[in-house]
Design a protein around this ligand. Structure first.
Ligand code: ADE
Length: 224
């Protein structure tokens, strides 16, 4: 899978992509992530890519041309399954959307900034608008990082134990069961007996009951 991220502040995401599981996934060749600085496609000498909005509204708006030039340069080289724009008024990002996007061959994520982008880009080039929650960030970079992380970690081979991605919270609309590690008794805080029994069928049953109970208590909406 290939992910192209377009942003005016690539340095905000760069370090995040190079570390830990995402960094290893790229080194292993399981995903190919490219950052593009939108300023490299600026039409103005000062490399600015924003301008005042028509109508006298407040704030600055990202111009059509640099975005169009950048996206066109990418789509001239390969087909993209989705051209995504990160925006608080987009479709809510969730686990099913992450699963679906992880099956794509190539995607572009365009990070919004300032007051927004010229709406014509959204009308003519963007195929999917995505929000990571009902709050407004200073830019779409964190949203792009969140989405990339959630998408990449479920690509087969990225997480060592494939089973563990499948038992995440939200897969099957259930929150994950609690997990424990050694020591079995820490300051009198004990690990549930069943987990030490070695009885796999009973442990599986316990895990499911815990998942159901936690979902019922913490996120009853998921069971509806
Ligand atoms: N840009 C600013 N806020 C955002 C949000 N909540 N989701 C996605 N992109 C954003």
């Amino acid at each position: 899978m290939r992910i192209d991220i377009i942003t005016v502040v690539p340095q905000l995401i760069q370090g995040f992509l190079e570390e830990s599981i995402l960094g290893r996934a790229q080194k292993k060749g399981l995903v190919d992530i490219h950052l593009h600085n939108l300023r490299d496609y600026a039409v103005r000498k000062d490399r600015r890519v924003d301008d005042y909005p028509f109508g006298g509204f407040a704030g600055m708006v990202m111009q059509c041309e640099p975005i169009d030039r950048c996206i066109s340069a990418l789509t001239a080289q390969r087909h993209y399954d989705q051209i995504i724009f990160t925006t608080p008024d987009g479709e809510q990002f969730d686990q099913p959307m992450a699963n679906e996007l992880s099956l794509c061959e190539n995607i572009i994520i365009l990070c919004g900034h300032y007051k927004g982008i010229d709406y014509r880009i959204r009308e003519h080039l963007i195929t999917k608008e995505v929000s990571i929650g009902d709050y407004v960030l200073t830019g779409g970079e964190l949203a792009a990082a969140v989405m990339t992380d959630a998408i990449v970690r479920i690509i087969p081979g990225v997480i060592g134990d494939e089973q563990s991605a499948l038992s995440d919270s939200f897969q099957d609309n259930l929150l994950a069961a609690p997990v424990y590690t050694r020591p079995a008794d820490y300051k009198g805080w004990k690990v549930p007996e069943i987990l030490l029994s070695g009885h796999q069928a009973k442990i599986k049953e316990w895990e499911l009951q815990q998942s159901l109970q936690r979902t019922k208590t913490l996120r009853p909406d998921l069971l509806e």
